[in-house]
Design a protein around this ligand. Sequence first.
Ligand code: TMP
Length: 214
Amino acid sequence: MNKGVMIVFDGSNGAGKTTVIKEIEKHLLSKGFDVVLTREPGGTAIGEKIRNVILDPSTPEMSFMTELMLFGAGRAQHLQEKILPALKAGKIVISDRFDAATFSFQHYARGIDLEIITTINDLALNGFSPDLNVILDLDPKEGLKRVQSRGEGLDRLEDQKLDFLLKARNGYLQQAKTQPNKFSVIDASQSKEQVLTQVISIIDDLLTTHLIDS
Ligand code: TMP
């Protein structure tokens, strides 16, 4: 493989991204691929510090624009320091959330103008785009139940009204509708086995196409 592939797992809070990502990593390693797991917010030392600031539930006063620019700052660092070098080395990068989350949460849920979101993402990404976004779609009510059952407490973004999470979910579905070649939506209310079978099939198809094209 000449150039790596970047796959993003995203979607509703509590939809099971972490579990699916671990299983997909196992699947890809067993096929001999080099895999880099990462996440947003986070992914680098600087990004993890930014993550702590963004998600801290003790600072509910953070303005929407501050939040947006922090996501953008973390993404710029993430791309340059970690993602681009890994792709250049032919690895498969799997990120737990990426730019689609900014459209869903900061545009569809917070209501920041699309133009502003696009500008911040463009500054961070400079034309880069992941190969595929796998959206694990789940009713936010069910997602919150799952998050609460982990007993970890809610972060600043989970600790929002249900309406906020519904709008974010709708944001993912809208993006999937307008960019069907970049998004695959999986019904995360299915069993873990069903979700995994579908995700593995999508990723195997993507990698086959990529190998043929490269
Ligand atoms: P996580 O809980 O999946 O680790 O994600 C942290 C939270 O950050 C989650 O509620 C979604 C939110 N988020 C945004 O609002 N905008 C973004 O650009 C990203 C990457 C995450």
